[in-house]
Design a protein around this ligand. Structure first.
Ligand code: NAP
Length: 315
């Protein structure tokens, strides 16, 4: 049977040499173009200098960041303060926010204006909560919204409880959609450009064992972000950020962290690309991780599946 198929294929190629040659040439060209695009995209992301952000978005304007007393959010707060923006911290612990605000005034800019909006993002979908936040921010010249807050759930899906799942949906999807909806009119009405940075994750590159809820929510972040970037092209700079491992409280207990970077490295590499693209892995290490993860994902998934099954049995 196989021999017959191969013989037929041979005679087809013999009779249609020019056509088969043309097809092979087209295929090779499209592969080469795709690879070249990837390489050029990588080089552009890493070597083209970023915009002067206060020039682009407005001197004296505010960057509003969710969950920025620690982790990647704090990285963005420090980097945006360094670039001359005032800050709105949307955080759950006002005291911790005051300490960070003091640190920023002492080390970065003594004249910076920092507003604190208290919010536990687990409650963002409760009636009246988003309206109260939007009310507090009315009239403030917000030029950059960083939708950073997020929660990690890892392990067997069957042992994750309803509260954990609901909280993840609120923090990873609800917060991003509602804050964007709440502030988008303000951002669109400004004379200068405005920007939205949405934290997704490299974990949504491929389906990963043990990360079903997290990966799915990060795919939501990525699609939401890139869809809006198409809808508001030319009017808003909207950037989906898909970092790999970053040293933060979220990743504290995880041992194997390949190509890990600091929160400030993450933020500064993202800000360099703001306004130039609608999707970034941020740091070049994470762009490389993204490429290699595609090649080894099946091995990783097989290994994680065995580990999860064994840990379920031993419980
Ligand atoms: N870390 C990574 O390797 C990584 C990689 C890819 C993508 N990401 C994404 O990047 C974003 C930030 O990640 P991260 O690692 O910085 O997270 P994180 O370490 O959990 O962030 C800590 C910050 O989140 C605040 N926070 C936690 N729960 C909150 C709640 N219910 N309401 C309000 N604030 C809350 C903390 O406040 P307190 O200071 O009060 O505790 C702190 O400011 C997430 O969307 C995540 O999915 C992270």
């Amino acid at each position: 049977m196989i021999k017959q198929i191969l013989n037929r294929a041979d005679s087809f190629v013999d009779q249609n040499k020019r056509f088969v040659g043309a097809l092979a040439f087209l295929y090779a060209t499209s592969l080469a173009t795709r690879s070249l695009k990837k390489v050029l995209g990588f080089l552009a992301g890493q070597f083209i200098p970023g915009y002067n952000l206060t020039q682009r978005y407005g001197k004296g304007s505010y960057a509003a960041i969710s969950a920025c007393t620690d982790g990647i959010g704090k990285g963005f707060a420090l980097e945006l303060a360094r670039r001359g923006f005032n800050l709105v911290m949307m955080i759950r612990n006002a005291k911790k926010g005051e300490v960070l605000a003091e640190e920023i005034r002492k080390t970065i800019n003594k004249d910076i204006d920092i507003r604190i909006v208290e919010i536990d993002f687990q409650n963002i979908q409760n009636p009246g909560v988003i309206e109260a936040i939007v009310d507090q921010l009315k009239g403030l010249d917000i030029s950059i919204l960083v939708n950073n807050v997020g929660k990690l759930l890892h392990g067997s899906f069957e042992i994750q409880n309803f509260t954990e799942i609901n909280n993840l949906i609120s923090m990873n999807c609800g917060a991003q959609a509602l804050l964007t909806r709440g502030l988008i009119s303000q951002l669109l009405q400004r004379k200068q450009k405005s920007a939205i940075i949405n934290l997704s994750s490299l974990s949504c590159n491929q389906p990963m064992v043990g990360y079903a809820m997290y990966g799915a929510s990060k795919s939501f972040n990525d699609y939401f972000s890139r869809s809006l970037s198409e809808e508001y092209k030319g009017r808003l700079d909207i950037l989906s950020v898909r970092p790999g491992w970053v040293t933060t409280p979220m990743t504290d207990g995880i041992n194997e962290k390949f190509f890990e970077i600091t929160a400030e490295q993450c933020a500064s590499n993202v800000l360099r690309q703001l306004g130039r693209t609608n999707l970034t892995f941020g740091h070049y290490k994470h762009q490389i991780t993204a490429y290699f993860s595609e090649l080894v994902i099946d091995i990783l998934n097989n290994d994680s599946r065995k580990k999860l099954q064994n840990s379920n049995k031993s419980q």
